[in-house]
Design a protein around this ligand. Sequence first.
Ligand SMILES: Cc1cc2nc3c(=O)[nH]c(=O)nc-3n(C[C@H](O)[C@H](O)[C@H](O)COP(=O)(O)O)c2cc1C
Length: 193
Amino acid sequence: MAHKILALAGSPRRNGNSETLLDRALTGALQADPAVEVRKMVLNELKFVPCQNCGFCTGKGVCRYAASDDMGPIYEAIESCDRFIIASPIYFACVSAQLKGMVDRCQALWARKYLLKRRHPNADRRALFLSCGGFKHDRYFKCAAEVVSAWCAVCDVKLGGELFFPSIDGRGEIESHPTALADALAAGRELMK
Ligand SMILES: Cc1cc2nc3c(=O)[nH]c(=O)nc-3n(C[C@H](O)[C@H](O)[C@H](O)COP(=O)(O)O)c2cc1C
């Protein structure tokens, strides 16, 4: 069966640095496996409420708001895809609010896995995380990596690769990085192996 990739763009800046990395990784994935089906979601263009900690999902493993906001299609894509590419800029030493909001809404999947003991049937699901930040220190990626790693664990997805690019700030700066685009292309290819 053809692989399915869910590509999540976490930046509010369209075609910015992290989305450029995402698109380059998708190109690599398509080079490695032309039959792959790609679903790209720009989180800033979707409307969903932050997790309300209402407790509804603890009994059912389903979010109360799944049918009434744009998380519904995201849950469906998380369920049906087997490859994930997540891209986010660093905002205040973490992922963007757009990505964090989506991650928090996956508390329903946490309940499904840890309370209801339901695991995803596909044991070969893998993810790649791509990020960039304006500061030169790479410590700002630590918290972001933890968030994505926790999300992967909840979704029964193995975090198979991470690429972090510090000192990337202005729109398009990633294009002048000596290796970033080639690195993302190679990582996208690798994801399909
Ligand atoms: C609200 C906000 C917070 C930011 N916080 C950080 C930060 O803590 N560390 C960092 O390295 N860069 C930070 N940046 C810079 C962005 O990560 C940087 O501009 C990045 O290249 C944007 O990627 P994008 O084009 O994909 O949106 C911040 C930018 C904004 C707008």
